[in-house]
Design a protein around this ligand. Structure first.
Ligand SMILES: [Zn+2]
Length: 437
């Protein structure tokens, strides 16, 4: 080997070494840049510059307010907001409503959810009675419908299967969509269907809807005198759901069935859309004993916006502010659409004046939150609106664009930033992580 050849070899070695050094420097820079795009950095007001690579900013966020009453807007849009129950898919399939836009026949739609600051939206796979005898097939059709909508609106939504999906999707600024089956008739008589639904992305099953089924007795039937709790098959369903990592939803269950679930389940349970029976005596609401049992299991009660479940004597045909004052609300919107804080402040001022004393209001809804907080603590409360399930919401909480008003009002009623964050989403994320992973 001559000198010239040796020189060339050295030049090649030095060149490779330089290239490798350059590659690693670039890679490290990209990684730290990726970290800097974390959830906190995307949404916070930038007050905090702590660099902590071990911190999970979704479930353990940095607090951003010194006075939530003044900084409610920043808090609302920084906090993770989860709604555990929404019937939009039914409206899309059966009432020809638009999934995305502000359809006059819906209370949500993705556009309103975006404006309202929703981060995670559970869509109910509700089975209409005329499809009970083909429940599984009907639910699979609804999942197909959602998967098609996901493709169509891929810039706005993505279906999440687990906690890391939720983080990734919300960090990308999209709404994480999740699925919950409303009515255990979907399981038919085969436990393997629970596994099938789980694989397809379903993360909770309400064991019954208003009708009793092979699993157990519903709240509605029990209120009409039907006796009984969970069946033998029902207990097997609970055990299989525990095994698979699927949340058990007790919202429509009869009380005896509820206690059988409590006795059988190893995991925390959820009531995806129910309120407090002591404040409003409706069979769909939970008694104090039930609320304590859910809390003892480390589960969560997710507050329903339906006025009949908030106030006992709520008028069955009550109207909301958007139906009565559409013109005025649109005017406020058009005047302040470029300054959202001002818009919500002006809207809140208007609604404060316009809400009749005998109508159900956000304050009445917060009474249920207060009640659970006093009874078992702040850690067991969430939001499960029931929007688009044919509900009359509180007068001043008429659609999903009003979510910031809920945060504003919670702050006015003395809730701290941590408490508000827990109610809006962190409590649910705790339960979800524990059960579903
Ligand atoms: Zn329901």
């Amino acid at each position: 080997m001559n000198i010239r050849k040796i020189n060339i070899i050295w030049i090649v070695i030095i060149f490779i070494a330089l290239a490798l050094t350059l590659y690693f420097i670039t890679k490290t820079a990209t990684c730290s840049q990726k970290y800097n795009n974390s959830y906190k950095d995307k949404t916070s007001t930038g007050k905090d510059t702590i660099q902590d690579t071990t911190r999970d900013y979704l479930i353990n966020p940095i607090l951003i307010t010194t006075d939530p009453e003044k900084e409610w807007y920043e808090l609302h849009f920084d906090a993770v907001l989860i709604d555990a129950h929404n019937d939009l898919l039914y409206k899309v399939r059966h009432e020809n409503c638009d999934f995305y836009s502000k359809d006059s026949k819906t209370q949500t739609g993705i556009q309103r959810l975006e404006e309202g600051g929703i981060d995670i939206q559970f869509l109910a796979l509700y089975i209409p009675p005329k499809h009970f005898n083909r429940s599984k097939a009907y639910v699979l059709e609804q999942i197909d419908l959602l998967n098609n909508l996901e493709k169509k609106y891929q810039n706005s939504i993505e279906v999440a299967f687990n906690y890391s999906d939720i983080k990734r999707i919300t960090q990308a600024g999209k709404i994480a969509i999740m699925m919950g089956i409303e009515g255990g008739t979907a399981i038919e008589d085969n436990l393997d269907n629970i596994d099938l639904f789980f694989e397809k992305g379903v993360r909770y099953i309400g064991l019954t809807w208003n009708n009793s089924n092979k699993i157990g007795v519903s709240a509605k039937d029990e209120a009409n005198g039907k006796k009984g709790g969970l069946t033998k098959f029902g207990k097997e369903v609970v055990r299989r759901m525990n095994k698979v990592g699927m949340l058990i939803d007790v919202s429509h269950l009869g009380e005896q069935s509820f206690w059988d679930v409590i006795e059988t389940t190893q995991d925390p349970i959820i009531a995806s859309h129910s309120n407090c029976y002591t404040l409003c005596q409706h069979y769909r609401n939970l008694t104090d004993k039930q609320i304590k049992a859910v809390a003892n299991k480390n589960g969560i009660i997710m507050i329903n916006f339906l006025d009949w479940f908030i106030v006992s004597d709520a008028a069955k045909d009550s109207k909301n502010a958007n139906e009565i004052y559409k013109k005025e609300i649109t005017e406020i919107y058009n005047s302040y659409k470029n300054d959202k804080i001002k818009y919500y402040e002006e809207l809140a001022k208007f609604l404060e004046e316009a809400t009749p004393a005998n109508e159900v209001s956000i304050d009445d809804l917060i009474d249920h939150i207060d009640y659970i907080k006093q009874l078992v603590g702040i850690d067991y409360i969430g939001i499960g609106t029931d929007f688009d399930g044919g509900i009359n919401p509180p007068f001043d909480l008429y659609d999903a664009t009003c979510f910031p008003l809920l945060t504003k009002k919670l702050a006015e009623r003395g809730y701290t930033e941590t408490e508000i964050r827990k109610i809006l989403g962190l409590n649910f994320l705790r339960v979800f992580k524990e059960v579903c992973g």
